[in-house]
Structures are given as structure tokens and as C-alpha cells.
Design a protein around this ligand. Sequence first.
Ligand SMILES: NC(=O)c1ccc[n+]([C@@H]2O[C@H](COP(=O)([O-])OP(=O)(O)OC[C@H]3O[C@@H](n4cnc5c(N)ncnc54)[C@H](OP(=O)(O)O)[C@@H]3O)[C@@H](O)[C@H]2O)c1
Length: 302
Amino acid sequence: MTPSKRSILIFGPSGKVGHAAALEANKRGANVWLAMRDPNKIIEGLSENVGFSRLQADLLQPESIKNAVKQSGADAAFVYTIWESDDHMRASFDAFKEAGISHIILLSSVSVKGSPRQEENKNNFIAQLHAETEAALEDTGIPYTAIRPAYFSSNIIQFISEIKNGKIEVAFPKARFDFIAEYDIGAVAGALITQEKGQFPREVYLYGPQLLSQQEALEILAREMGREVKITELSEGKWREKMSMLPQPLMDAFVKAGRENTPPMTDYGEQYETEKYNIQKYTGREPTTFHEWVDRQKWAFV
Ligand SMILES: NC(=O)c1ccc[n+]([C@@H]2O[C@H](COP(=O)([O-])OP(=O)(O)OC[C@H]3O[C@@H](n4cnc5c(N)ncnc54)[C@H](OP(=O)(O)O)[C@@H]3O)[C@@H](O)[C@H]2O)c1
């Protein structure tokens, strides 16, 4: 008799990381349930006829979470940090516990250092938001893994229209980041969620394979798009004017990251050197370089 497949829940499969987590978990033999606010949403590659089941659930609605666990029979779930949550997802995590989930993979952020309760995690808005969510999950006692990725390659998408117009205005152009591919992060999540019980790391830092300045990354992307571009450095004040639609604490966090990663300053210290092999460690595959990421996404930029 063939043993039945383990069921797992992937929340946010229409998202970049969630999508890759679902594909990887399916590839590794799990029975994958896609938990979606709108289960009718079309998602390329994740249709029911290729083995994915769907159900309606919202990470801000605890009752829907309990129903999702019951309907799927899942014992593990991948979840996003939901920024809009009033209680850092406490009620949602309690619902997972009450429903019997025994492992959660939470998408967090590299800005969280060490224990989520550490004082330094109150230093900026992004770190604090993710740290408070990790702490809420820790309080439930459910075994969990917080995935803490660094700088997404997709952050560069905000410049697409400027590249098309041939003129880019950017603050901190020399700031260097690791440009991690979102689907590498999802692949790690999918690999971890399908691991046997008892082998879960508490936190996993993830980095892209190569540090590039914003300017270098923009030039690579512009070249691939076949555009000539002029890159102009914006002062912090002018950048704040340009991005005035963002909430102030978020702008402050971005400015801090830009300043602290402009040489000779860098946030990519000892931790980067020791943890940068984690994508390979958990998936068995080489991490995607920024060039490869651009090449794979190119259709979306034309
Ligand atoms: N950008 C970076 O450099 C960076 C660095 C470190 C960590 N991060 C983390 O990564 C996250 C972004 O990941 P991503 O690019 O994969 O995001 P994304 O593509 O925007 O996807 C977000 C997903 O979350 C789902 N979702 C939103 N609210 C929900 C709710 N209440 N209940 C259930 N599902 C919900 C969305 O589903 P719908 O289809 O219903 O909208 C969507 O599938 C950030 O928010 C941050 O926490 C980002």
C-alpha cells in the first residue's frame, strides 16, 4: 500500500515567495493546499489539474484559519507576516494552535537579529514589525521556523518605468545589497515545510549570492531591457519628496538601509559570510544570481 501524502497549507500562493513555496513542496511530494483570500484568483502553474487544492482563508480571520486546517487535514503551514495585523497575528497563530498545526514557516526579515525580543530589534520599523510577529508565534509554543531573507531582487521593479524613460533618480546608488531571488526563498520554505518532524531550525537567514550596488543592478537591468539610462543620485531630502506616498517609518527604515550599506559601511558582515550558503544547504541548488533573475523575469519588463 502506498503511504498517503502529508498535507500542508501554503498561505499567499499568489505572492512571489508563496508561489515558489507551493511548487517546491509539491515537487517534494506533499499534498499542497493553497489558502487564499480569493480562491478563484488565477495563478500560473498552480491549477487544480496539476495537483494543487484550494480553499478560502484569510490570515487576519482566525475562524477561517481553523476551517482551513480542518478542511485540509494539514499539519504544517507557510505564512506571510501580515503588516496590517493589529495584534502581530497573535489571534491567527492561536487559531493555528487550536486547530492542531504542529509546524509553521513564517516569512520574516533579515532585519530581525537573534531573539525576536532583543532590544536592537526595536531600532527600525521593519525589524520591529517582523520581530513582534515572530515573538507572537513563539508565545504559542508551536514549533516554527522564521525565514529571514535579505534584499529581494524584485525591489528593483519600482524603477521599470524610469528605465523605460531613460532617466533614473535614486538615493544611495552606491549602497550594496545581496539581491536575493524570491523563488529561492520560497524554495527553501517548501523544502523546510516538507522535512520530517523534529529537524526544524528556529531561524534561517537567506542571502543572494553576490553583493551589487543599486547602480550596478540598475545598469544590468537597463542593458537587458535594451535601454540607455542616465542615473542621477538624489539627496535624502529629494528622495523623501519623491517617495512621499510611503509612511514615514518605512521611509526612515529605507534611508537607514541605504546609508548603512553605502561603502565603507555595510550590514553584510560576519553573518553574511556564515549564512550565505543557506539556499544551497536547504534546497540542494545554487542560488540564482541577479543576472539570472533578470533573464528569467525579462518578459515582465518589456
Ligand atoms: N522586499 C524585501 O526586500 C523583503 C526583505 C525581507 C523580507 N521581506 C518580506 O517579504 C514580504 C513580501 O513577499 P512577496 O514579495 O512574496 O509578497 P507578495 O508577492 O506581495 O505576496 C503577498 C502574498 O500575501 C497574501 N496575503 C496578503 N494578505 C493576506 C491575508 N490577510 N491573508 C492571506 N494571504 C494574504 C497575498 O495574497 P492576495 O492574492 O490575497 O493579495 C499574496 O499572495 C514582505 O511583506 C516582507 O514581509 C521583503
